[in-house]
Structure formats: structure tokens, C-alpha cells
Design a binder for this molecule. Structure first.
Ligand SMILES: [Zn+2]
Length: 288
């Protein structure tokens, strides 16, 4: 049976190898709403979203994970943020977001930055890798190898209305049988994206990893939650600067800004926009 918007961890008993399965349906579609992304741009964003969830599901505290893919092609940025409760949001930015093509054709040369914020009182961690090979999965494998020192394989993709992912990873500090690792990778290579999107986790693991004893953990639901507020947009107002804001106010009598993630519009009256700038009067002297 189909189970939407969830991630499930599993463990190969006695092998020192764990895995995760992720499927994002509704949440991914909400991410695409009100944006004019081509199918290929949407697919890359879906893969980045699946990666974000796979990383965030490993958080122990109340933190978040940011996956940022920067390119030099028509597509400049894919940004996905997922917190410890698996609230997910993401966006694509670039010169053109309606282009078709492979990851390389859309992004060109680029790099992937993974920022793990483990939560209050703990230090942020950032790993940066160059985009490698022909898929985001390959680049992320490079991140795990170079930055997290965790032997990892990843399969990411989209199928129908779902973004899906499968991860195999050596348990930290575990000794593994190289033959097991190679075999499990080869078996996972045979998984089709449609199977990842349509089969239940139990059924998929049973079909893929015949002969292995797999312990399946409880599913965790994924949700879309942009958490955008007017206060967040105050930063955008400050970035635009006084001159730009005053010119918009003079022309339009007010200010409308859209959240970059969900595209929701926020209206600011002139006094609200000026308050966000920091309470300075147009000539630069302080009002308070
Ligand atoms: Zn928003």
C-alpha cells in the first residue's frame, strides 16, 4: 500500500549497515506551487528535497539541515531546508527556470553545500563539495565521504508526482564486510524509481534485498511548513535599502513582497516599511 510523505529508517541486522527510504508527494507538489519550474528543474529540486529529508532524519536535537546547490548555468541555486521535525521547504533560483536538460546542462559547474545546524547550543557544521558526475546523488556521496567520513550510497529521483530517495550507509564506527556492502549496492541499483514511488517500504525492501534480514523502523511523516512571517521579510527590506524602498513607496504607495519559498504575498504600509528599515528618517537622521 502506498504511504505518502514519509521517511523510514532500516537496518541490515548484524551487517553494520543502515538505510533510509524517503518519499515526498504532497509536500513536493506544494514546493512547486506558484512557481514556473520546468519538469527538469522540478526534478532536481525534488532530488534535493529527498536528500534534505534523508540528512535531517539523522538529526538528534532540534536543529535543521540546509542543502544548497549553486550552479553557473541558467539554474543558479537549489535550496532545501528541512528541520528536525521534517518540516520541509525549498526553492530554485536562476536566470531561467523553464529550461530542460540534465543536471550538468542546467547547473553547469557548481558546488553543493550541506549545512547541519544540530540545534541550540551546538556548533553548526558545513561541508562543501564540487558537483560530481551526472547526478546530485553522486555529489552527495562525495559530501558523506569527504565531510562526514561515512561510507554512503544514494539513489535520488522523481517518478510521477513523487520525489524519492534511498540511502545505504555504514553505521558510524561499524566494521562491515566489503562483500555485503558491494552486494547491497548492486541490489539497490536494480530498484526502479517507480518502485520507490509506489511500493510500501516493507514490500520494496523484501523485493530488493532478498536473503538479508532487514529491521524496519517506524515511519516519520514529512510536512510542508514554510514558516515565513513578516518579520523574516524585514531583512529583505533592509537588504533593498532605503533608497530603493522610498522609490517603491513613492511609485506604488506601499510595498508588496513575496516569500521566495512559497510565493505568499505580504503587504507593507509606508510606515511599516520604514519601521523595518530601522527607524531612520529619509534624510538619514534618527527619529527616536
Ligand atoms: Zn513562505
Amino acid at each position: 500500500m502506498r504511504q505518502a510523505d514519509q521517511v523510514r529508517a532500516f537496518l541490515f541486522e548484524g551487517a553494520g549497515i543502515r538505510g533510509r527510504l524517503v518519499r515526498i508527494d504532497q509536500t513536493w507538489r506544494e514546493m512547486l506551487e506558484r512557481h514556473e519550474y520546468s519538469a527538469d528543474v522540478a526534478a532536481l529540486l525534488g532530488q534535493a528535497a529527498a536528500a534534505g529529508v534523508l540528512l535531517a532524519d539523522n538529526l538528534k536535537g532540534r536543529g535543521s539541515v540546509h542543502v544548497q546547490i549553486q550552479g553557473e548555468g541558467d539554474l543558479r541555486l537549489l535550496l532545501v531546508q528541512c528541520d528536525h521535525a521534517l518540516n520541509l521547504r525549498g526553492l530554485a533560483r536562476g536566470e531561467r527556470l523553464d529550461g530542460e536538460g540534465s543536471m550538468r546542462e542546467l547547473l553547469g559547474e557548481g558546488r553543493m553545500m550541506v549545512t547541519v545546524d544540530p540545534g541550540p547550543g551546538q556548533e553548526r557544521y558545513q561541508g562543501i563539495v564540487a558537483l560530481a558526475g551526472e547526478s546530485l546523488a553522486e555529489s552527495l556521496e562525495g559530501y558523506f565521504r569527504d565531510s562526514a567520513q561515512l561510507l554512503t550510497r544514494l539513489w535520488l529521483g522523481v517518478s510521477g508526482g513523487s520525489a524519492v530517495g534511498l540511502m545505504l550507509q555504514r553505521l558510524p564506527d561499524a566494521t562491515i564486510d566489503e562483500e555485503d556492502w558491494r552486494t547491497l549496492g548492486l541490489l539497490a541499483d536494480t530498484a526502479r524509481l517507480a518502485e520507490l514511488a509506489e511500493l510500501s517500504a516493507a514490500e520494496l525492501l523484501r523485493r530488493l534485498f532478498v536473503g538479508y534480514d532487514v529491521r524496519l523502523f517506524d515511519a516519520r511523516p514529512i510536512g510542508y511548513d514554510c514558516r515565513c512571517t513578516r518579520e523574516h521579510l524585514d531583512n529583505v527590506i533592509r537588504l533593498l535599502g532605503r533608497e530603493e524602498i522610498e522609490s517603491i513607496l513613492a511609485e506604488q504607495g506601499g510595498l508588496e513582497l513575496n516569500c521566495e519559498f512559497c510565493n505568499k504575498a505580504f503587504q507593507f504600509a509606508p510606515e511599516e516599511a520604514r519601521a523595518a528599515l530601522g527607524g531612520e528618517s529619509p534624510d538619514g537622521s534618527t527619529l527616536h
